[in-house]
Design a binder for this molecule. Sequence first.
Ligand SMILES: [Zn+2]
Length: 499
Amino acid sequence: MTKTNLRMAIFLVGVFTAIIVVRARTAGARDTANGPQVPESSYDTVIANGRVMDPETGLDAVRNVGISAGKIRAISVEPLNGKTVLDAKGLVVAPGFIDLHEHAQEPRNYQFQARDGVTTSLELEVGTDDVDEWYAKREGKTLINFGVSVGHIPVRMKVMHDPGNFLPTGDAAHREATSKEVEEIKTQVHRGLQRGALAVGMGINYTAAASHDEIVEVFRAAAAENAAVHVHLRHAGLKEPTTGLVGIEEVIAAAASTGAPLHVVHITSMGLANTPQLIAMVKGAQRRGLDVTTECYPYTAGSTNLESAIFDPGWQERQGITYKDLQWSKTGERLTAETFEKYRKEGGLVVIFSIPEAAVRAAIADPIVMIASDGVPVTSPKVHPRGQGTFSRVLGHYVREEKVVDLMTALRKMTLMPAQRLQNRAPMFQNKGRISEGADADITVFDPQRIIDKATFEDPLQYSAGIQFVLVNGVPVVSNGELVEGVVPGRPARAPNSQ
Ligand SMILES: [Zn+2]
């Protein structure tokens, strides 16, 4: 036998062996399929007889969902056996809601969010300046999944030694950075991305003195790590030349020229009456091939810190509001010129009644606009209700009562779309926002006839109603409409570390 023939013989033996192995595997699979379909207690948990709605495949039918080891293992017309069976007859079984924008990443807020159907809560707008520390603080201790961006705001505050708490009040708000400081900001943003931050956060309105050049440089750092930039625009409102439209022009240009994906946060509080024009800008960018997305919350008021740069002189004209449109979150009182000055020195959250209902409806009705809460800490009695009620308010008020949008589209805006926003950078999101075999068992089960927000501007610390079961990685955190005590199945939602 020549060397070539020997090689050929070995090759053929290899091929035959491979064929035999493949046949054996096929036969094995068939045997299993013909055996008892469902062994006793084959799943940890079964959600039985619910109306399963999956925005990715369009499935909308009564099914049984089998869950084991934190994953969805079966979606079946036939009954399934489970150690635990949750009766979902008459209820919708949806992917758990993914909130791209929740500032208050604290245990009490996670409870409110779980009761509102949220299984993954992410702080992507303001973010953090220390990604490792942020995750370490929560790992193994949380009710729902959690994640963060590296934030231009906190990084700028650190580099420029700003005395502010959460949002800048000193140099980081009011002074242009030196070229050395811009370099340091870029280095720290890049470092955060290397440590697995999900995105880059920006709030240009809060760092009003940041040059256009600095903004483009931060986009460049994001593009290098395939991270989207989640931006609160430089300008909001209707007064030229500081309109929301001017604000969105800046970041669409930065995204187009650097290649960084762009996500515009709370488009309604940026656009106000011009919200449809801002949405049109996002759509136009998408049609021209740019990766640009946006989100909204379902309320006619915003909320932020009174001491922030947003309330620097000229705010009434810029935002088209006055003192009485501001509600002090510690007491619920509407402000006057005197109390404005007093509380601005003291510092704290205000609720800002500035968004027309028509703008809210335009955003909720539009299939490209995701839902995200922008929730804030529940440490004051009259905080904005959005962190507690956003998702139930969309499903109860705007879907069922007002018929502004259909149920499947609304679910897509709070499950699949946020997962898709993140999955290029953080592949773990390929397994979230879906009811499919192999997906993470993050699941929200609710009564479509009863679901509603209970948190109001007058009485904001109220759980939503109508959400029966919420599972996080297969573990119930809400059961029969009540929080489950003593469980911490939340896991870090994080991009792979590149260093
Ligand atoms: Zn914001």
